[in-house]
Design a protein around this ligand. Structure first.
Ligand SMILES: NC(=O)c1ccc[n+]([C@@H]2O[C@H](COP(=O)([O-])OP(=O)(O)OC[C@H]3O[C@@H](n4cnc5c(N)ncnc54)[C@H](O)[C@@H]3O)[C@@H](O)[C@H]2O)c1
Ligand SMILES: CCCCCCO
Length: 254
């Protein structure tokens, strides 16, 4: 998908990975970038607007843990204004294995509910135009950081959900792919709680190994958007972009 002249909704577009990705998206000249995020940062929005005045950047406060009905109401406001939306990026995430319920609510249920809400505007069975969904999962969805099993499982869940969305595309008209960053230097990863304190130094130990910058991640994120491959499993690690081949071990045959 060429980003130029498209309408994009970016949930969590102001976070560490999110903001650098928003910058790279704005440089590519979409018609509209609508950022939904829990954190309000007017200076960041102003910076995006200044980066490319041809792009209309708007912000709405949004918490992914609200109901589908409330999300649908917000999306109606956006669709009434934009008329069409080409891409939804779901990027909200927390990393704290002390917060079990909230981790699942934000990282998994939040993505599922936001996706469910946009289907009423996109589903071709309801006369919708279809659309594209990019879900930010994580390499930990493939191979867990087992000291944060709740976080890793939440990422495996949203990764699995994204794969199913892609398989359902012939029915719904909505395609999907996953964005799976490796360890990327943001505030999320500086320090976080392991589950049951199994490893109090988990962040310190992980950060002893090579990582990538948010800019490297963002530049590869845009390449994945442009590739626009339904069902793609994109690994964005150590400054590289790689489409992962997933090994099938079972098939439902339906
Ligand atoms: N940094 C990494 O190493 C890494 C690796 C793989 C995946 N990820 C994922 O990338 C995404 C961004 O992470 P980051 O490292 O930039 O961290 P970050 O903490 O900078 O960003 C997290 C983003 O999620 C938003 N968010 C959190 N709770 C929310 C809620 N309830 N409603 C709406 N938005 C909410 C935050 O406002 C922020 O924009 C997360 O989903 C994270 O799991 C990060
Ligand atoms: C340093 C640990 C980073 C964990 C986030 C991977 O999704």
């Amino acid at each position: 998908m060429a980003i130029a002249n498209k309408n994009i909704i970016f949930v969590a577009g102001l976070g560490g990975i999110g903001f650098d990705t928003s910058r790279e998206i704005v440089k590519s000249g979409p018609k509209n970038l609508v950022i939904l995020d829990r954190i309000e940062n007017p200076a960041a929005i102003a910076e995006l607007k200044a980066l490319n005045p041809k792009v209309t950047v708007t912000f709405y406060p949004y918490d992914v843990t609200v109901s589908v009905a409330e999300t649908t109401k917000l999306l109606k406001t956006i669709f009434d204004k934009l008329k069409t939306v080409d891409l939804l990026i779901n990027g909200a995430g927390i990393l704290d294995d002390y917060q079990i319920e909230r981790t699942i609510a934000v990282n998994f249920t939040g993505t599922v509910n936001t996706t469910t809400a946009i289907m009423s505007f996109w589903d071709k069975r309801k006369g919708g135009p279809g659309g594209v969904i990019a879900n930010i999962c994580s390499v930990t969805g493939f191979n867990a950081i087992y000291q944060v099993p709740v976080y890793s499982a939440s990422k495996a869940a949203v990764y699995s959900f994204t794969n199913s969305l892609a398989r359902l595309a012939p029915i719904t008209g909505v395609t999907a792919y996953s964005i799976n960053p490796g360890i990327t230097k943001t505030t999320l990863v500086h320090k976080f709680n392991s589950w049951q304190d199994v490893e109090p130094r988990v962040a310190e130990l992980l950060l002893e190994h090579p990582t990538q910058t948010t800019l490297q991640c963002a530049q590869n994120f845009v390449k994945a958007i442009e590739a626009n491959q339904n069902g793609a499993i994109w690994k964005l690690d150590l400054g590289t972009l790689e489409a992962i081949e997933w090994t099938k071990h079972w098939d439902s045959h339906i």
